[in-house]
Design a protein around this ligand. Structure first.
Ligand SMILES: NC(=O)c1ccc[n+]([C@@H]2O[C@H](COP(=O)([O-])OP(=O)(O)OC[C@H]3O[C@@H](n4cnc5c(N)ncnc54)[C@H](OP(=O)(O)O)[C@@H]3O)[C@@H](O)[C@H]2O)c1
Length: 273
Protein backbone atom coordinates (compact mmCIF):
# COMPACT_ATOMS: atom_id res chain seq x y z
CA UNK A 1 0.00 0.00 0.00
CA UNK A 2 1.35 3.44 -0.92
CA UNK A 3 1.79 5.65 2.15
CA UNK A 4 2.14 9.41 2.48
CA UNK A 5 4.22 11.58 4.84
CA UNK A 6 2.14 10.69 7.92
CA UNK A 7 2.22 6.97 7.06
CA UNK A 8 -1.43 7.14 6.11
CA UNK A 9 -2.54 5.27 3.01
CA UNK A 10 -2.28 7.52 -0.06
CA UNK A 11 -6.08 7.43 -0.49
CA UNK A 12 -8.72 7.41 2.24
CA UNK A 13 -12.44 6.75 2.10
CA UNK A 14 -14.98 9.54 2.63
CA UNK A 15 -18.19 8.60 4.39
CA UNK A 16 -20.41 11.66 3.94
CA UNK A 17 -23.74 10.30 2.63
CA UNK A 18 -22.47 6.72 2.95
CA UNK A 19 -25.84 5.08 3.33
CA UNK A 20 -25.10 2.14 5.62
CA UNK A 21 -22.50 -0.02 7.33
CA UNK A 22 -22.61 -2.26 4.22
CA UNK A 23 -20.97 0.55 2.24
CA UNK A 24 -18.12 0.69 4.77
CA UNK A 25 -17.79 -3.11 4.78
CA UNK A 26 -17.54 -2.95 0.98
CA UNK A 27 -14.85 -0.29 1.25
CA UNK A 28 -12.89 -2.48 3.66
CA UNK A 29 -13.20 -5.34 1.18
CA UNK A 30 -11.98 -3.03 -1.61
CA UNK A 31 -8.87 -2.29 0.48
CA UNK A 32 -9.55 1.02 2.24
CA UNK A 33 -8.04 1.37 5.70
CA UNK A 34 -8.44 5.11 6.31
CA UNK A 35 -11.97 6.36 7.02
CA UNK A 36 -13.01 9.99 7.15
CA UNK A 37 -16.15 10.72 9.13
CA UNK A 38 -17.67 13.49 11.28
CA UNK A 39 -20.36 13.61 13.94
CA UNK A 40 -22.36 15.68 11.44
CA UNK A 41 -22.39 12.84 8.84
CA UNK A 42 -23.98 10.36 11.26
CA UNK A 43 -21.78 7.63 9.76
CA UNK A 44 -19.54 7.03 12.80
CA UNK A 45 -21.71 4.09 13.90
CA UNK A 46 -21.53 2.56 10.42
CA UNK A 47 -17.72 2.48 10.68
CA UNK A 48 -17.85 0.85 14.13
CA UNK A 49 -20.31 -1.76 12.88
CA UNK A 50 -18.29 -2.56 9.74
CA UNK A 51 -15.06 -2.91 11.72
CA UNK A 52 -16.66 -5.20 14.28
CA UNK A 53 -18.04 -7.36 11.47
CA UNK A 54 -14.66 -7.56 9.73
CA UNK A 55 -11.93 -10.00 10.66
CA UNK A 56 -9.63 -7.08 11.46
CA UNK A 57 -8.80 -5.14 14.60
CA UNK A 58 -9.47 -1.47 15.41
CA UNK A 59 -5.70 -0.79 15.19
CA UNK A 60 -5.68 -1.96 11.57
CA UNK A 61 -7.68 1.15 10.65
CA UNK A 62 -7.07 4.86 10.71
CA UNK A 63 -10.17 6.77 11.74
CA UNK A 64 -10.60 10.51 11.41
CA UNK A 65 -13.60 12.38 12.78
CA UNK A 66 -14.57 16.03 13.16
CA UNK A 67 -16.06 18.26 15.81
CA UNK A 68 -19.25 19.93 14.60
CA UNK A 69 -19.99 23.67 14.72
CA UNK A 70 -22.59 23.32 17.51
CA UNK A 71 -20.03 21.60 19.75
CA UNK A 72 -17.34 24.29 19.78
CA UNK A 73 -16.02 25.50 23.12
CA UNK A 74 -13.84 23.77 25.72
CA UNK A 75 -16.44 21.78 27.67
CA UNK A 76 -18.64 21.11 24.66
CA UNK A 77 -15.67 19.76 22.68
CA UNK A 78 -14.76 17.27 25.41
CA UNK A 79 -18.36 16.05 25.55
CA UNK A 80 -18.67 15.79 21.76
CA UNK A 81 -15.40 13.87 21.57
CA UNK A 82 -16.67 11.31 24.08
CA UNK A 83 -19.87 10.89 22.07
CA UNK A 84 -17.80 10.33 18.93
CA UNK A 85 -15.69 7.69 20.71
CA UNK A 86 -18.91 6.03 21.81
CA UNK A 87 -20.35 6.06 18.30
CA UNK A 88 -17.13 4.60 16.93
CA UNK A 89 -16.87 2.05 19.74
CA UNK A 90 -13.24 2.93 20.34
CA UNK A 91 -11.11 4.55 23.04
CA UNK A 92 -8.98 6.66 20.74
CA UNK A 93 -9.09 8.52 17.43
CA UNK A 94 -6.29 8.65 14.91
CA UNK A 95 -7.31 12.10 13.72
CA UNK A 96 -9.69 14.69 15.18
CA UNK A 97 -10.40 17.99 13.47
CA UNK A 98 -12.37 21.13 14.01
CA UNK A 99 -14.91 20.88 11.17
CA UNK A 100 -15.32 24.63 10.39
CA UNK A 101 -13.42 27.63 11.81
CA UNK A 102 -16.52 29.86 12.15
CA UNK A 103 -19.53 28.07 13.60
CA UNK A 104 -21.71 31.15 13.23
CA UNK A 105 -20.91 33.94 10.78
CA UNK A 106 -22.48 36.48 13.16
CA UNK A 107 -20.03 35.56 15.93
CA UNK A 108 -17.38 38.28 16.11
CA UNK A 109 -14.96 36.51 18.44
CA UNK A 110 -14.64 33.23 16.57
CA UNK A 111 -10.87 33.32 17.11
CA UNK A 112 -11.29 32.97 20.89
CA UNK A 113 -13.80 30.15 20.41
CA UNK A 114 -11.41 28.32 18.06
CA UNK A 115 -8.58 28.59 20.60
CA UNK A 116 -10.72 27.40 23.48
CA UNK A 117 -11.82 24.43 21.37
CA UNK A 118 -8.26 23.70 20.30
CA UNK A 119 -7.19 23.67 23.95
CA UNK A 120 -9.64 20.81 24.59
CA UNK A 121 -8.24 18.91 21.60
CA UNK A 122 -4.68 19.46 22.85
CA UNK A 123 -5.63 17.99 26.22
CA UNK A 124 -7.13 14.91 24.57
CA UNK A 125 -4.00 14.61 22.46
CA UNK A 126 -1.77 14.81 25.56
CA UNK A 127 -3.84 12.05 27.17
CA UNK A 128 -3.16 9.84 24.13
CA UNK A 129 -6.82 9.84 23.08
CA UNK A 130 -6.07 11.52 19.75
CA UNK A 131 -3.00 10.73 17.68
CA UNK A 132 -3.09 13.73 15.35
CA UNK A 133 -4.98 17.01 15.36
CA UNK A 134 -6.36 18.63 12.24
CA UNK A 135 -8.12 21.66 10.80
CA UNK A 136 -10.95 21.35 8.34
CA UNK A 137 -12.00 24.25 6.11
CA UNK A 138 -9.49 26.63 7.73
CA UNK A 139 -8.14 29.23 5.32
CA UNK A 140 -4.62 30.49 6.10
CA UNK A 141 -5.90 33.41 8.20
CA UNK A 142 -8.10 31.09 10.29
CA UNK A 143 -5.21 28.66 10.70
CA UNK A 144 -2.76 31.41 11.64
CA UNK A 145 -4.80 32.08 14.80
CA UNK A 146 -4.23 28.48 15.90
CA UNK A 147 -0.63 28.31 14.68
CA UNK A 148 0.40 31.40 16.67
CA UNK A 149 -1.22 30.42 19.94
CA UNK A 150 -1.20 26.64 20.09
CA UNK A 151 1.03 24.27 22.03
CA UNK A 152 0.38 21.36 19.69
CA UNK A 153 0.38 22.06 15.99
CA UNK A 154 -2.09 20.59 13.51
CA UNK A 155 -0.67 17.85 11.30
CA UNK A 156 -3.54 17.72 8.81
CA UNK A 157 -5.59 20.28 6.93
CA UNK A 158 -8.66 19.27 4.95
CA UNK A 159 -10.44 21.46 2.43
CA UNK A 160 -12.24 21.28 -0.91
CA UNK A 161 -9.68 20.49 -3.57
CA UNK A 162 -10.09 19.16 -7.11
CA UNK A 163 -9.27 20.24 -10.66
CA UNK A 164 -11.02 23.57 -11.11
CA UNK A 165 -10.87 24.45 -7.39
CA UNK A 166 -7.42 23.98 -5.86
CA UNK A 167 -7.31 26.88 -3.37
CA UNK A 168 -3.64 27.37 -4.23
CA UNK A 169 -2.96 29.92 -1.46
CA UNK A 170 -4.22 27.53 1.21
CA UNK A 171 -2.37 24.62 -0.39
CA UNK A 172 0.93 26.53 -0.34
CA UNK A 173 0.38 27.80 3.20
CA UNK A 174 0.00 24.27 4.56
CA UNK A 175 2.73 22.79 2.36
CA UNK A 176 5.24 25.36 3.63
CA UNK A 177 4.43 24.24 7.19
CA UNK A 178 4.67 20.49 6.41
CA UNK A 179 1.00 19.98 7.16
CA UNK A 180 -0.60 17.17 5.19
CA UNK A 181 -3.36 18.43 2.94
CA UNK A 182 -6.43 16.27 2.39
CA UNK A 183 -8.86 16.87 -0.46
CA UNK A 184 -12.56 16.75 0.28
CA UNK A 185 -14.77 16.28 -2.77
CA UNK A 186 -11.59 15.27 -4.65
CA UNK A 187 -13.69 14.54 -7.74
CA UNK A 188 -15.82 17.63 -7.22
CA UNK A 189 -18.63 15.15 -6.50
CA UNK A 190 -18.72 14.49 -10.24
CA UNK A 191 -19.25 18.14 -11.18
CA UNK A 192 -16.04 18.33 -13.24
CA UNK A 193 -16.42 14.98 -15.03
CA UNK A 194 -17.76 16.62 -18.21
CA UNK A 195 -15.23 19.46 -18.33
CA UNK A 196 -13.42 19.43 -21.68
CA UNK A 197 -9.90 19.18 -20.19
CA UNK A 198 -10.94 16.38 -17.82
CA UNK A 199 -12.50 14.34 -20.64
CA UNK A 200 -9.52 15.00 -22.94
CA UNK A 201 -6.96 13.83 -20.37
CA UNK A 202 -9.06 10.90 -19.13
CA UNK A 203 -9.15 9.69 -22.72
CA UNK A 204 -5.41 10.28 -23.21
CA UNK A 205 -4.48 8.15 -20.18
CA UNK A 206 -7.33 5.70 -20.78
CA UNK A 207 -8.70 6.23 -17.26
CA UNK A 208 -12.00 7.52 -15.85
CA UNK A 209 -12.54 11.22 -14.99
CA UNK A 210 -12.71 10.16 -11.32
CA UNK A 211 -9.31 8.45 -11.55
CA UNK A 212 -7.87 11.50 -13.29
CA UNK A 213 -9.06 13.78 -10.47
CA UNK A 214 -7.55 11.47 -7.84
CA UNK A 215 -4.25 11.11 -9.75
CA UNK A 216 -4.14 14.91 -9.87
CA UNK A 217 -4.53 15.12 -6.07
CA UNK A 218 -1.74 12.57 -5.60
CA UNK A 219 0.55 14.42 -8.01
CA UNK A 220 0.11 17.49 -5.76
CA UNK A 221 0.94 15.43 -2.62
CA UNK A 222 -2.62 15.90 -1.50
CA UNK A 223 -4.44 12.95 0.08
CA UNK A 224 -7.86 12.41 -1.51
CA UNK A 225 -10.71 10.90 0.49
CA UNK A 226 -13.24 9.98 -2.22
CA UNK A 227 -16.62 8.53 -1.36
CA UNK A 228 -18.11 5.82 -3.57
CA UNK A 229 -20.97 3.35 -3.29
CA UNK A 230 -20.15 0.47 -5.62
CA UNK A 231 -17.23 -1.92 -5.24
CA UNK A 232 -16.31 -1.13 -8.82
CA UNK A 233 -15.94 2.62 -8.13
CA UNK A 234 -14.14 1.96 -4.85
CA UNK A 235 -11.54 -0.28 -6.48
CA UNK A 236 -11.12 1.93 -9.54
CA UNK A 237 -10.45 4.91 -7.27
CA UNK A 238 -7.77 3.03 -5.33
CA UNK A 239 -6.05 2.14 -8.60
CA UNK A 240 -5.34 5.80 -9.26
CA UNK A 241 -2.18 5.48 -7.12
CA UNK A 242 -0.61 3.79 -10.16
CA UNK A 243 -1.30 6.67 -12.57
CA UNK A 244 1.57 9.03 -13.36
CA UNK A 245 0.53 12.28 -15.00
CA UNK A 246 2.96 14.22 -17.19
CA UNK A 247 4.12 17.58 -15.75
CA UNK A 248 2.49 19.50 -18.61
CA UNK A 249 -0.87 17.88 -17.90
CA UNK A 250 -0.56 18.57 -14.17
CA UNK A 251 0.12 22.20 -15.02
CA UNK A 252 -2.91 22.34 -17.32
CA UNK A 253 -5.09 20.90 -14.57
CA UNK A 254 -3.67 23.40 -12.05
CA UNK A 255 -4.50 26.26 -14.37
CA UNK A 256 -7.85 25.26 -15.83
CA UNK A 257 -10.72 27.73 -15.42
CA UNK A 258 -12.65 27.53 -12.12
CA UNK A 259 -15.06 24.58 -12.13
CA UNK A 260 -17.01 22.33 -9.82
CA UNK A 261 -17.03 24.49 -6.67
CA UNK A 262 -19.40 23.06 -4.06
CA UNK A 263 -20.75 26.48 -3.02
CA UNK A 264 -19.25 26.11 0.47
CA UNK A 265 -16.85 28.66 1.94
CA UNK A 266 -15.92 29.18 5.60
CA UNK A 267 -16.71 32.91 5.51
CA UNK A 268 -19.93 32.80 3.48
CA UNK A 269 -23.41 31.43 3.71
CA UNK A 270 -23.57 28.33 1.53
CA UNK A 271 -24.54 28.99 -2.06
CA UNK A 272 -26.78 26.36 -3.62
CA UNK A 273 -25.10 25.21 -6.84
N1 LIG B 1 -14.46 18.66 5.77
C1 LIG B 1 -15.56 18.94 5.12
O1 LIG B 1 -16.23 19.97 5.35
C2 LIG B 1 -16.05 18.00 4.06
C3 LIG B 1 -17.02 18.41 3.13
C4 LIG B 1 -17.43 17.52 2.17
C5 LIG B 1 -16.89 16.24 2.13
N2 LIG B 1 -15.96 15.84 3.05
C6 LIG B 1 -15.38 14.48 3.05
O2 LIG B 1 -14.86 14.21 1.76
C7 LIG B 1 -15.45 13.00 1.27
C8 LIG B 1 -15.52 13.00 -0.24
O3 LIG B 1 -16.21 14.12 -0.73
P1 LIG B 1 -17.65 14.01 -1.45
O4 LIG B 1 -18.33 12.78 -1.00
O5 LIG B 1 -18.29 15.31 -1.26
O6 LIG B 1 -17.29 13.97 -2.99
P2 LIG B 1 -16.43 13.01 -3.96
O7 LIG B 1 -15.75 11.95 -3.22
O8 LIG B 1 -15.62 13.94 -4.81
O9 LIG B 1 -17.56 12.43 -4.89
C9 LIG B 1 -18.43 11.42 -4.50
C10 LIG B 1 -19.32 11.11 -5.71
O10 LIG B 1 -18.51 10.61 -6.79
C11 LIG B 1 -19.05 9.40 -7.25
N3 LIG B 1 -17.93 8.51 -7.62
C12 LIG B 1 -16.99 8.01 -6.81
N4 LIG B 1 -16.12 7.24 -7.49
C13 LIG B 1 -16.53 7.25 -8.78
C14 LIG B 1 -16.05 6.64 -9.97
N5 LIG B 1 -14.97 5.88 -9.97
N6 LIG B 1 -16.72 6.88 -11.14
C15 LIG B 1 -17.82 7.67 -11.16
N7 LIG B 1 -18.33 8.27 -10.06
C16 LIG B 1 -17.69 8.06 -8.87
C17 LIG B 1 -19.84 8.83 -6.11
O11 LIG B 1 -20.90 8.07 -6.63
P3 LIG B 1 -21.35 6.70 -5.93
O12 LIG B 1 -21.52 6.97 -4.47
O13 LIG B 1 -22.61 6.39 -6.66
O14 LIG B 1 -20.26 5.70 -6.19
C18 LIG B 1 -20.35 10.08 -5.40
O15 LIG B 1 -21.56 10.52 -5.99
C19 LIG B 1 -16.80 12.97 1.97
O16 LIG B 1 -17.41 11.71 1.91
C20 LIG B 1 -16.41 13.40 3.35
O17 LIG B 1 -15.82 12.33 4.07
C21 LIG B 1 -15.53 16.72 4.01
Amino acid sequence: MTLNALNFPAIGFGTYKAASSEVISRAIEAGYRYFDTASFYETERFIAQAISQSSMKREDFIIASKLWKADMGYKQALEAFNKTLDNLNTNYLDVYMIHWPRPDLELQDWKALDLETWQALEELYSQGKIKALGLSNFLPYHAENIMTHCNIKPLIAQFEFHPGYTQAFALNYYRERNILVQAWSPTGRGRVFNDELITELAEKYNISPSQLCLAFCLSENVMPIPKASSLEHMKANLESVNIVLEPEDISRLENMPPAGWSGEHPDRVRIKI
